[in-house]
Design a protein around this ligand. Structure first.
Ligand SMILES: [Zn+2]
Length: 322
């Protein structure tokens, strides 16, 4: 007698709760992870970019267009990372709530670097001044609905700042709470415990990276500035810029000279790095580590973001032989 009664009760209670959970679409793995942390057991976000897709050069496929048009909430980095996505969200996800994380006022932004070799010492306060200026300019342009969002003003790899990611958990919880007020408390509680998980991963990465002690690195794609900034790493230069453009001969020549004088302990490459670019360090004995700022080769879902931070630190240290 007891079992049928329980079954009947769950049938009555479950459907309304499920119907309330919004359909959430995200752009890249790390944003999917942060969103999955906030949604917890309530639901699973979709993700537009699949392994191997470059956010810098994406073309929307029909399946991605369908996902966007069915979305209640779109959580994405913003037009500087995926310029192609900006217009599509406006046309396909008209009624959806859009949360472009890089454009939130509290997001910490760093100016994009435009040279292959980076200046060595930097000033913390300067970053914050630059951030505010860049952000105000950007907001003005955005109001005009100009097609040119001012790309290149700041480095779009904002998720590699654990401070940004931690702050976004709260913003994501707020956006989902507006779309789904019944579950507001659950979203906020999940965001708080997610912040603790990220703090643990950051502490682990700091401990892992400590023996590096200022030893310099070089990177194939200028994607790690926020990670460098947070963990105080020294990076001598990048082969391709923050928007992953193919480097010109002048940039390559400067880099070749610079890295011959000041030899990096490790060169960070990505799964898609053009092997022809690596002849810059060929024969120099500089070891390489394959890192992926999107965490493509890690288990996907809620665990990805904290694991990405801890895992990048471990790969750098293995490469540096420490
Ligand atoms: Zn990139």
């Amino acid at each position: 007698m007891l079992r049928p009664m329980l079954f009947a009760a769950s049938l009555t209670l479950a459907p309304p709760a499920l119907a309330e959970v919004p359909r959430v679409v995200t752009d890249i793995g790390p944003v999917e992870s942060l969103t999955a942390i906030v949604m917890g057991d309530l639901g699973t976000p979709d993700r537009l970019l699949q392994p191997g897709d470059s956010p810098h050069h994406m073309a929307l496929k029909p399946s991605q267009a369908r996902a966007l048009s069915g979305a209640d909430v779109v959580i994405w980095i913003g037009p500087d990372l995926t310029p192609q996505l900006a217009g599509q969200i406006g046309t396909l996800a008209v009624s959806a709530r859009s949360l472009p994380l890089a454009e939130l006022p509290a997001t910490h932004l760093l100016p994009a670097r435009d040279t292959g070799l980076f200046p060595h010492d930097h000033d913390e306060d300067e970053h914050h001044d630059d951030h505010n200026e860049v952000h105000e300019d950007h907001a003005e342009e955005h109001d005009d609905h100009d097609d040119d969002h001012g790309h290149g003003l700041h480095d779009p790899h904002v998720w590699l700042s654990p401070e940004n990611a931690t702050h976004w958990l709260t913003e994501i919880a707020d956006a989902l709470a507006i779309a789904d007020p019944d579950n507001a408390e659950t979203y906020r509680a999940n965001a708080r415990s997610g912040a603790d998980t990220i703090a643990k991963a950051v502490a682990e990465a700091s401990t892992t990276l400590a023996p590096l002690n200022g030893r310099p690195l070089a990177v194939a794609h200028d994607a790690y500035q926020y990670f460098e900034d947070h963990f105080g790493l020294t990076v001598l230069g990048a082969i391709s810029d923050a928007e992953a453009n193919t480097p010109g001969p002048a940039r390559l020549a400067a880099l070749r000279d610079g890295l011959a004088t000041d030899k990096p302990a490790c060169l960070l490459i990505e799964p898609g790095t053009d092997p022809r670019l690596l002849n810059i360090v060929e024969g120099s004995g500089v070891p390489t580590a394959t890192l992926d700022p999107l965490g493509t080769d890690l288990p996907q879902g809620a665990t990805l973001y904290p694991e990405l931070i801890a895992d990048m630190a471990r790969r750098i240290m293995t490469c540096a032989g420490l």
